[in-house]
Design a protein around this ligand. Structure first.
Ligand code: MG
Length: 274
């Protein structure tokens, strides 16, 4: 393990941040200590750039991060100081206006009618659905690559809708609270692109720990060396994933996050100092 860089790709809501109040103060010192020990923590989330900036400000650290379900990676020089990319970022997605245009042009009207987009709702509804207050709501709505929505229909219709989106080169991602229509990106694809670049350009091997709680985390859990799942307080989540490698936290976030990281590091005999 000595010649390998430990990377933690982590979802935020419900995985690192408490599902109900988005707090993480109980594990803030633990996170900072992981960083001090040379572990790279890379938030990989459906959140927007401005929402992640709020988290980074609370943490008091700048980190590399992946936004809007794998749409783009930012702060690449913090993954490797010699990474040189335009705007220090890699973008995998078309713009939100292109996505919306294609959606309106190609999606059957009866499915379009079932999509209750957050952007078209009153702010009181938006706050209720996202569990956010007035202060943080604008950060969540300031999206570059994805369209959050509530889908009005059964599980079967959701599957049909997912297939229709796939046909026009888009994806439906299910998070802890809402669905998102995105370009053909995923958390797993963005993560793999990054680890392959590290390998190809700098011969750096990665040991990847992935932490998630929802269906939109499966793509990255599937490509990790160590998948970890955090239970949600209000519903059963990801119970169908049976890989023996998976570490499941007994506590929800944020404490469950520290729990799975400690177990993951122990498994590879990595001792945290300090
Ligand atoms: Mg989540």
């Amino acid at each position: 393990m000595k010649n390998s860089q430990i990377l933690i790709f982590t979802d935020l809501d419900g995985s690192l941040l408490n599902h109900n109040n988005f707090e993480f103060k109980e594990i803030k010192n633990f996170i900072l200590n992981c960083i001090k020990n040379g572990i790279k923590i890379i938030p990989n989330t459906s959140k927007t750039k401005s929402e992640i900036q709020v988290f980074l400000d609370q943490l008091g650290q700048n980190l590399p991060f992946i936004v809007e379900n794998g749409a783009a990676i930012h702060n690449l020089d913090l993954v490797h100081p010699k990474f040189k990319f335009k705007n220090n970022s890699l973008v995998f997605s078309r713009s939100i206006s292109e996505i919306l245009e294609l959606f309106e042009k190609s999606m059957p009207i009866d499915f379009q009618k079932r999509c209750l987009f957050l952007k078209d709702m009153k702010s009181i509804e938006q706050m209720k659905i996202l569990g956010l207050n007035k202060k943080y709501l604008p950060f969540a709505l300031n999206r570059d690559y994805s369209m959050p929505l509530v889908f009005d229909g059964s599980k079967e219709l959701v599957s049909e809708f997912t297939c229709l989106l796939k046909k026009i080169g888009m994806k439906l991602h299910e998070g802890g609270r809402i669905y998102n229509i995105c370009d053909d990106c995923s958390k797993g694809k963005a993560m793999t692109t990054l680890t392959e670049k590290l390998k190809n350009e700098f011969n750096t091997n990665s040991h990847t720990i992935v932490i998630g709680d929802s269906p939109n985390d499966i793509s990255m859990l599937n490509v990790s060396d160590q998948p970890c799942i955090i239970p949600l307080p209000n519903k059963k989540n990801l119970c169908h994933l049976k890989d023996k490698k998976i570490i499941r936290a007994t506590q929800s976030a944020p404490q469950g996050w520290e729990e799975v990281v400690r177990v993951s590091l122990k498994k590879i005999n990595f001792e945290l100092e300090g």
